[in-house]
Ligand binder design. Structure first.
Ligand SMILES: CC(C)(COP(=O)(O)OP(=O)(O)OC[C@H]1O[C@@H](n2cnc3c(N)ncnc32)[C@H](O)[C@@H]1OP(=O)(O)O)[C@@H](O)C(=O)NCCC(=O)NCCS
Length: 171
């Protein structure tokens, strides 16, 4: 009986998943150990949150283990202060053969004024691995909304530029 369920899940996953299926929202409160000497969040902490958020989204799409292959250009758009609330959201926006691209956004909220601002965003690429650690095929992505199509086109473009840059940096 369990085997039938597993096979059914496998068949359904091969039909594809939508960006909504992999949606992740994480919320963090900025504590003293997250900050630098200026009282703002340490950039590496934000990168770590983005990596975790992206990995969970990729895992949800793939239905198994993934490793981070790359992080696209990452710009820190605004500082985040001690005591602020940080929301990290992500979802798969492009599915290749064995890799997926995840769009991750970081928004921060000043809890006193309730003002929110975008503080970072990037595409992260994850490669799916089988139990032997070899790259494994990922389910196709089913695009639903206009925003899904927009991000998918952008991810496709960024991906080809990124792979070109990877080749150029191999000296
Ligand atoms: C990422 C990794 C699996 C890629 O291995 P590889 O042998 O170069 O992989 P392949 O050439 O077979 O490519 C596999 C997929 O990854 C993609 N890929 C590989 N390197 C990439 C990069 N730098 N950026 C984006 N995508 C990349 C390829 O385009 C391919 O995608 P596709 O199948 O959807 O077309 C390998 O380099 C690795 O294990 N790196 C360490 C990962 C890790 O430990 N991460 C934790 C952070 S330190």
């Amino acid at each position: 009986m369990v085997r039938v369920t597993e096979i059914l899940e496998q068949v359904l996953s091969n039909l594809g998943k939508t960006p909504r299926d992999s949606w992740v929202t994480m919320t963090e409160l900025v504590l003293p150990h997250h900050t630098n000497q200026l009282g703002t969040v340490f950039g590496g902490t934000v990168m770590s949150w983005m990596d975790i958020c992206g990995a969970i989204a990729a895992f949800r799409h793939v239905g198994g283990e993934v490793v981070t292959a790359s992080v696209d250009d990452l710009h820190f758009l605004a500082p985040i202060y001690l005591g602020w609330i940080v929301e990290i959201t992500g979802h798969v926006c492009y599915a290749g053969n064995t890799s997926v691209d995840v769009w991750v956004e970081v928004n921060a909220e000043n809890p006193h004024t309730r003002e929110r601002s975008r503080t970072a965003q990037s595409f992260l690429t994850f490669v799916a691995r089988d139990v032997q650690g070899q790259p494994k095929k990922v389910p196709p992505l089913i695009l639903e909304t206009e925003q899904d199509h927009k991000l998918h086109e952008l991810a496709k473009l960024r991906r080809s530029q990124r792979l070109q840059r990877k080749q150029m940096s191999q000296i």
